[in-house]
Design a protein around this ligand. Structure first.
Ligand SMILES: N/C(=C\C=C\C(=O)O)C(=O)O
Length: 141
């Protein structure tokens, strides 16, 4: 088993875990959200004058989280095409499924080449994000 992989171009983990870990030709990524790697700001979150979160743009969050996944893959020597399984967590399935699903189709236009996917609706995520991805990639032997 390899050591934990840290990607400088991805947002810092929010706890004591690596961005990814390789076991044989499999690469397991930690769950990651749409935080900006440089500022830690969450893409697409809208706040009122008092700083309360009042809305989010799921399209912006989906693009940002895919960028973060790509950064971790690249830091791990893997490619986008190596993704084989993605679990998607949404905090607002009713409001966000269509928007996130449309962005997904932009990143995976060929169904035959797309990773397997499971989408779950959950109450909350560790940071005030609306989407988190948990990915597994298989590197070429
Ligand atoms: N993977 C976890 C959180 C990720 C949050 C984020 O990227 O914004 C965790 O707490 O396990």
């Amino acid at each position: 088993m390899s050591g934990g992989i840290r990607a400088s171009a991805a947002p810092r983990p929010v706890g004591a875990y690596p961005h990814a870990r390789r076991v044989g030709n499999l690469l397991f990524l930690s769950g990651i959200g749409p935080r900006d790697p440089a500022t830690n700001a969450i893409a697409g979150n809208v706040h009122d004058a008092e700083g309360r979160l009042v809305a989010h743009d799921i399209g912006a969050q989906a693009h940002a989280v895919f960028a973060n996944v790509r950064a971790v893959l690249e830091a791990s020597g893997a490619r986008w095409e190596d993704l084989v399984d993605v679990t998607v967590y949404l905090t607002d399935m009713a409001g966000d499924f269509a928007g996130y699903n449309a962005v997904w189709a932009q990143y995976f236009p060929d169904i035959d080449a797309a990773p397997c996917r499971t989408t779950l609706g959950i109450d909350a995520l560790p940071t005030p994000i609306a989407i988190e991805l948990k990915c597994v990639a298989a590197l070429p032997a």
